[in-house]
Design a protein around this ligand. Structure first.
Ligand SMILES: [Zn+2]
Length: 262
């Protein structure tokens, strides 16, 4: 699932390509938007809010989308072949004179009045990639449920927005925190939040998601996806297990020596 840094980069690419230009094609292929037509409207900008994408167009409208597990936006020059998947997976095509932006498999796609964006994203906690990130508010939201497992609390976008499964596992490893530790018993919650923010920020400008500083596949993570392999710090075999209640459980990874449990 794309995490905050990935969505931030998608928003930047869309913004770089489309902002300031007029839409020349508007082709929504979801039933609820079959009659929507944005042709003639300039694109004002594209922003990420947590894992949500907000494309604002003139006239006070916002195209809101979410990638969830499998969605994607692709940019192609007009007349070139689209490569994001079969045609039936295309949910929307928005074009300018210079670019076709194609949304594939978007599980969330809607048009909102821009002034009502909060109805779509207002539940989100402070955005870790927002330059004005409100750290105190994020800590307040996390701390409001002190008995909750930190591994679950970090994934809850209502607490703070942008962390997915990779940055959850890697942040907790780097802070030496066992994923099942209750939030109220995490020694330095602020340092956990700060670390997650630094990891996301360090990766927002490129497609790879390295938490080790080494972008090579197989070298880019401490524990994520490394069950049974030796911990890079201490050699202990990395553990993995689902965390949370099905069907909302997610696999987590940890080193039992570097992140001792209670
Ligand atoms: Zn270890």
């Amino acid at each position: 699932m794309p995490e905050g840094d990935t969505v931030w980069l998608v928003a930047k690419h869309l913004d770089d390509a489309l902002a300031g230009d007029v839409l020349t094609r508007s082709d929504f292929r979801v039933p609820a938007l079959a009659n929507a037509d944005l042709v003639g409207r300039p694109v004002l900008g594209v922003a990420a809010r947590g894992k949500h994408l907000l494309m604002r167009v003139e006239g006070g409208l916002t195209v809101h989308s979410h990638l969830r597990m499998d969605g994607a936006w692709h940019l192609h020059r007009p007349g070139t072949r689209w490569t994001g998947g079969p045609d039936h997976q295309v949910r929307v095509v928005l074009s300018t004179a210079a670019w076709d932006a194609i949304g594939y498999r978007l599980p969330v796609l809607e048009i909102l009045e821009t002034e009502r964006e909060a109805e779509a994203v207002g539940h989100l906690g402070p955005d870790l990639l927002d330059p004005a990130f409100d750290r105190d508010e994020a800590l307040r939201r996390l701390g409001a449920a002190p008995e909750r497992e930190i591994g679950q609390a970090l994934l809850d976008q209502r607490n703070l927005a942008g962390i997915g499964n990779i940055y959850k596992a890697e942040t907790l490893f780097l802070r030496g925190v066992w994923p099942w530790t209750p939030v109220g018993e995490v020694a330095d919650l602020g340092a956990v939040v700060d670390r997650a923010r630094r990891l996301l920020d360090a990766n927002k400008g490129h497609a790879s998601q390295s938490t080790t500083g080494d972008p090579r596949p197989g070298h880019d993570h401490w524990v994520y996806g490394r069950a049974g392999r030796p911990c890079r710090r201490c050699g202990t075999r990395v553990s993995s297990a689902p965390q949370g209640e099905p069907p909302h459980d997610r696999v987590t990874w940890w080193c039992a020596s570097c992140q001792p449990g209670a």
